[in-house]
Design a protein around this ligand. Structure first.
Ligand code: PFF
Length: 465
């Protein structure tokens, strides 16, 4: 009996306090999405107008859904699949809601399979920067080095493997032990280093160009696909729509305010993304690089800066180390729902379940590693050329389709599925007006906007225009 209790507490531990949750959830939210992906998709979609839509999506869709997701997790305190199953039973709803949890597990699996390959690039760049490789190269040389790197499947597979092993080790040991301690100083360190980089960018002489690019909203540059990308990225960057935030919410102490914590996380995440943009675009313009370079963007720009700035080898290595840590704390949250489910329902201990899931994700990741070289193929997505076969497919499928869909369903369940007194009881908002505002947004505004943007993607409105 005593053993069972310990085991259950192991899976269903609690963060020590509200701040530990904020740090862990921020650790999940802040990752490659902020520093690698946000700058390159902003670059591909013309900057300003895209950034504005992205910020609106965070505020109007992302943060309210985050509150809903945390609320559901804390209410049931189990893995997302079992949370959805038991809440639908408690609230007298259809048992099919548990498939929202299943879709989340699938999305986490797919995302981590490519996330790990990119995190592997960052790992390789720690070693490369530390060895002083970039100090002797021009921007062109740095771009060539990157091109050679990604065309070598062995290298990509090696670093992908290292990153997956790192992830499995932490998850196997139990998230609370390693993670809570690590994020406590890693997140602030990442923040400070980003500020140092912004400081460098200010001295490139092209800071204004960077500012204009990021904040001048020229809507003629924004396409329908750009709007969808901005919305999908709001889900991706806040780790929403797949149960990661739900399971972290399930470890949140009862007395913590869900609204305040979610708003804090949303703001911190956005600030990190904007700082990354402010660090990167001035360097892009100063060196005549292409803002729409795509996934290679930070690997082609930042090493140029590190190669030139005093202490660049040190700062550069530190930066990539922190990027790896940011990716690591996100990767953990990507498989936590699946691992918790296996331990809850199939009697596997954490070590076994992490290993099983880790091996599956690793194998799937081979497709992405090969999509930058041997198995690369091109296709068009809404008129835009995509060059990296399976990587692009996984990215579009998860960020643009599965996460928004998961988000809509979570919003609908939180807003309509939960009875008013249950959600009100769990949200514990000080004023009834704030609760009503949230409830209105999550019932009507967030799902409707998300659905409109998704339907737009499928050309639904074209026939009427
Ligand atoms: N939010 C992470 C990032 O921006 O890098 C990625 C991510 C983590 C997405 C966890 C989804 C998730 F559940």
């Amino acid at each position: 009996m005593a053993k069972t209790t310990t085991k259950r507490r192991y899976v269903h531990g609690q963060w020590s306090n509200r701040w530990a949750f904020i740090l862990a959830a921020t650790g999940s939210a802040v990752g490659l999405g902020n520093i690698w992906k946000f700058p390159y998709i902003a670059g591909e979609n013309g900057g300003g107008a895209f950034v504005l839509v992205y910020i609106l999506c965070i505020a109007v869709i992302g943060i309210p859904i985050m509150m809903g997701e945390v609320m559901l997790g804390r209410r049931a305190r189990q893995s997302p699949i079992n949370t959805m199953r038991s809440l639908s039973a408690q609230e007298g709803r259809n048992g099919m809601w548990k498939y929202v949890g299943w879709m989340g597990v699938a999305a986490g699996f797919l995302i981590l399979s490519y996330y790990s390959v990119i995190a592997g690039w960052a790992l390789a760049y720690v070693v490369r920067t530390a060895s002083g490789m970039f100090t002797i190269h021009t921007a062109d040389g740095v771009a060539n080095i990157f091109g050679e790197f990604v065309s070598d499947p062995e290298k990509l597979l090696f670093w992908h493997t290292v990153f997956m092993v790192m992830t499995v080790i932490v998850v196997a040991r139990g998230v609370q032990h390693g993670l809570e301690k690590a994020v406590r100083f890693l997140m602030p360190a990442l923040f400070i280093l980003l500020l140092v980089l912004v400081g460098y960018a200010m001295n490139t002489g092209f800071f204004n160009e960077g500012l204009h690019f990021l904040f001048d909203a020229d809507f003629s540059k924004l396409t329908g696909e750009g709007v969808l990308t901005a919305m999908g990225h709001a889900f991706f960057t806040l780790s929403l729509g797949m149960g990661a935030i739900m399971i972290y919410g399930s470890y949140l102490p009862q007395e913590a305010s869900i609204a305040k914590t979610s708003i804090t996380i949303g703001i911190a995440d956005t600030v990190v993304a904007l700082l990354a943009g402010l660090a990167i675009f001035p360097i892009v313009f100063a060196n005549g690089l292409e803002p729409a370079a795509g996934p290679s963007l930070i690997f082609e720009t930042l090493p140029v800066a590190f190669g030139q700035m005093p202490g660049g080898t040190l700062f550069g290595s530190l930066f990539f180390i922190l990027l790896v840590f940011a990716a690591w704390t996100s990767a953990i949250s990507l498989i936590e729902p699946a691992v918790a489910y296996l331990s809850e329902n199939h009697g596997l201990d954490r070590v076994m379940s992490s290993a099983v899931i880790g091996i599956g994700v690793w194998a799937l990741g081979i497709l992405t590693a090969m999509s930058f070289n041997r198995w690369a193929f091109n296709f068009h997505f809404f008129g835009k050329a995509k060059e990296n076969g399976m990587f692009d497919i996984f990215d579009i499928l998860t960020a643009n389709i599965m996460l928004p869909l998961g988000g809509i369903l979570i919003a609908l369940f939180a807003g309509w599925g939960m009875r008013r007194h249950s959600s009100q009881d769990e949200m514990q908002m000080k004023s009834i007006i704030s609760y009503d505002v949230w409830s209105f947004i999550i019932r009507y505004v967030s799902p409707t906007l998300t659905i409109i943007i998704l339907l737009h993607l499928f050309g639904f409105f074209d026939r009427f225009l």
